[in-house]
Design a binder for this molecule. Structure first.
Ligand code: WQD
Length: 352
């Protein structure tokens, strides 16, 4: 065999082995970072997104980072016929399902929109998987399923608490639907319970794009530092925590993205112990709102205009992950700290 022929054969083998992964919501904040990490790990990616909470530019920016343009289909996952048509024309080896509405406050005002979108799309995807024998499903879940946990850090053995919002409920119900489907149809899935994802890719080509006034702490901080918002309201300083402000586990979005690759590989390599598993994806470190503000001021060199106000309704005192099980079972751990995450969030804000 000539050298050239050998090269061609190897390329063909690589192509044959390359797994094709559907990423729904792949142009969103966590989705876009996960697409890049999938490409870095040798997966072929096809994205479905309805562009309801992002823009098509993100596709170009993913391509600029990885050098590979993923296939893209603008599909609203509430439309069953469109999902069906997609699967008639595409084969995939696994699905990472991000597409969902995610604003807690809005979900209280529009619960039916949240159930229709977050639950409907999930059911339609699982039906297609069952009908076509597609396996390997990764679901975006949330630490909100624990509510205010009785013990910190929060392990996977902590009980789930009744959801505080329709949004949180869609994550709890979503996990139940997946668990029952895995059992009935012999499929395999992993739910990743995210703590608080923040930051941006080091290229500063992709990041978080909040629509309107940000509800989450980090985009509100960076917009305040930019002068887009007058001042940050710190919601409550009378919590039983280190300085009275609420404590959360802020995880760099790239570390979070990598947890999806680890979970997907666990399923593809059949290393999972049960049909349906769930893992906490956080850093293991809790930070108070005031600690985040201080770290941000250090990372950006700017002093932040803030004032203490009353507690925000529905907020819990403290949540941070025990990552022991995720570290061991997924063979994954975080590589970036809060300072690096805030530095990237600030650089991303400066670029907007
Ligand atoms: C963080 C802390 C606020 C804004 C989010 C999602 C939730 C789940 C986890 C996905 C809290 C305080 C905030 C502000 C403030 N994710 N804060 N001033 O509440 O932990 O929840 O992540 O499922 O669904 O909503 O995140 O960023 O809103 O707040 O003082 O202007 O910052 O009170 O203590 P939260 P957050």
């Amino acid at each position: 065999m000539f050298q050239g022929e050998l090269h061609l054969t190897t390329e063909k083998n690589n192509k044959e082995q390359m797994k094709r992964i559907l990423v729904t919501g792949g142009l969103g904040f966590i989705g876009s970072h996960t697409v890049v990490e999938l490409q870095n790990s040798g997966f072929e990616v096809v994205i479905i997104d309805d562009l309801s909470n992002t823009t098509i530019d993100v596709l170009e920016n993913i391509t600029a980072i990885s050098g590979i343009k993923p296939a893209f289909h603008q599909i609203d996952l509430r439309v069953k016929n469109d999902i069906h048509a997609f699967f008639e024309n595409n084969t995939v080896d696994g699905i990472i399902h991000f597409a969902a509405f995610k604003a807690v406050g809005e979900s209280v005002a529009k619960p039916l929109d949240y159930y229709e979108n977050n639950i409907g799309s999930l059911v339609y995807l699982l039906q297609e998987m069952k009908d076509r024998n597609i396996d390997n499903f990764i679901f975006s879940s949330s630490c909100t399923v624990y509510g205010q946990a009785d013990e910190l850090p929060i392990t996977e053995n902590a009980p789930t608490k009744p959801a505080e919002s329709p949004y949180g409920n869609t994550k709890q119900i979503g996990e139940e639907i997946i668990k029952e489907s895995c059992k009935a149809y012999n499929m395999n899935a992993i739910a990743l319970r995210y703590f608080n994802p923040i930051g941006a890719h080091k290229s500063i080509k992709i990041g978080e794009l909040p629509l309107g006034v940000p509800q989450n702490l980090i985009p509100f901080i960076t917009q305040t530092a930019m002068g887009i918002r007058k001042e940050l309201s710190v919601f409550g300083d009378d919590y039983p925590t280190i300085d009275g402000t609420a404590v959360r586990d802020y995880i760099h979005v790239v570390d979070l993205a990598k947890a999806h690759i680890a979970a997907l590989e666990r399923l593809i390599n059949k290393n999972n112990k049960t049909n349906f598993e769930f893992f906490n994806v956080g850093t293991g470190t809790g930070s108070s709102v005031l600690e985040v503000i201080k770290a941000f001021e250090k990372a950006s060199g700017k002093s932040l205009n803030y004032k203490i106000v009353g507690r925000r309704e529905g907020d819990i005192t403290a949540a941070y992950a025990d990552t022991t099980i995720a570290n061991k079972e997924l063979n994954w751990k975080t590589e970036k700290d809060l300072d690096e995450a805030l530095d990237s969030a600030w650089k991303w804000q400066l670029k907007q």
